[in-house]
Design a protein around this ligand. Structure first.
Ligand code: PGA
Length: 251
């Protein structure tokens, strides 16, 4: 049985005191519950160290939203794998559509970042997904295949055990338009089969594939009940403790 994993991508929201307040609230809510899933929070870099302290005695795991592929050096404004590890991160989101779109990250760059993260012991949450015009042109599978094949190029079967894939249709991110559970499940099956072809049935069966894109407490349960949806990568709805909790309890 695959473990379900719910991750909150805070994006560029919450200063330090707001971050602490949100996690404290979340801790109180989580404390009262027995959970069926793993919970990850991915706050901005500036909050990671303080939140690592706040979640030390809880089951919440910490992730960063990005990192650079070089180990160190003259890369003004960038953050290395070692730096985020040193403040308590276990996970790092890579290949998010906002990074691809706004910051022009290519599949090749994302591949370098994934390799670096894995080599340093971080677990990438590797995001893929098609844009609206691509879905309408019926090329969703081609787009997702290309992103996965290029993003995972040269990554060993053993390293695949430490990767989460997040399927996030770009047209569903922050728009309030969710893929229907059937639409999401269809792409998740496609991704799992593709991983089976690229690696092995065992890797395909074990890999966690999250869905992301306007996941809310009122649609989470149905999405998460699909056979191949193993969790969620949540944006907007993770910024309030009660709505993030509502999603977690949907597992
Ligand atoms: P959303 O964002 O839940 O606000 O749509 C999801 C994401 O970008 O990871």
């Amino acid at each position: 049985m695959r473990k379900k994993i719910i991750a909150g991508n805070w994006k560029m929201n919450k200063n330090l005191s707001e971050s602490i307040a949100l996690v404290e609230e979340l801790n109180i809510l989580l404390n009262k519950q027995s959970l069926n899933c793993e919970v990850i929070v991915c706050p901005p870099f500036t909050s990671l160290l303080s939140l690592a302290e706040k979640i030390k005695k809880t089951d919440i795991k910490l992730g960063a939203q990005n990192m650079y592929f070089e180990s160190d050096g003259a890369f003004t404004g960038e953050i290395s794998a070692d730096m985020i590890l040193s403040v308590g991160c276990e996970y790092v989101i890579l290949g998010h559509s906002e990074r691809r779109e706004i910051f022009k990250e290519t599949d090749e760059l994302i591949n370098k970042k994934i390799k670096q993260a894995l080599s340093k012991g971080l677990k990438p949450i590797f995001c893929v997904g098609e844009k609206l015009e691509q879905r309408e042109a019926n090329i969703t599978e081609d787009i997702v295949r290309g992103q996965i094949e290029k993003g995972l190029e040269g990554i060993s079967e053993n390293d695949m055990k430490n990767i989460i894939i997040a399927y996030e249709p770009v047209w569903a991110i922050g728009t309030g338009k969710t893929a229907t559970p059937a639409q999401a499940e269809e792409v998740h099956v496609f991704i799992r089969n593709l991983i089976g072809k690229l690696y092995s049935t065992a890797i395909a069966e074990d890999i966690v594939i999250q869905y992301g894109g306007s996941v809310k407490p009122d649609n989470a349960k149905e999405l998460l009940s699909q056979k191949n949806i193993d969790g969620a990568l949540v944006g907007g709805a993770c910024l309030k403790a009660d709505s993030f909790m509502g999603i977690i309890l949907g597992v």
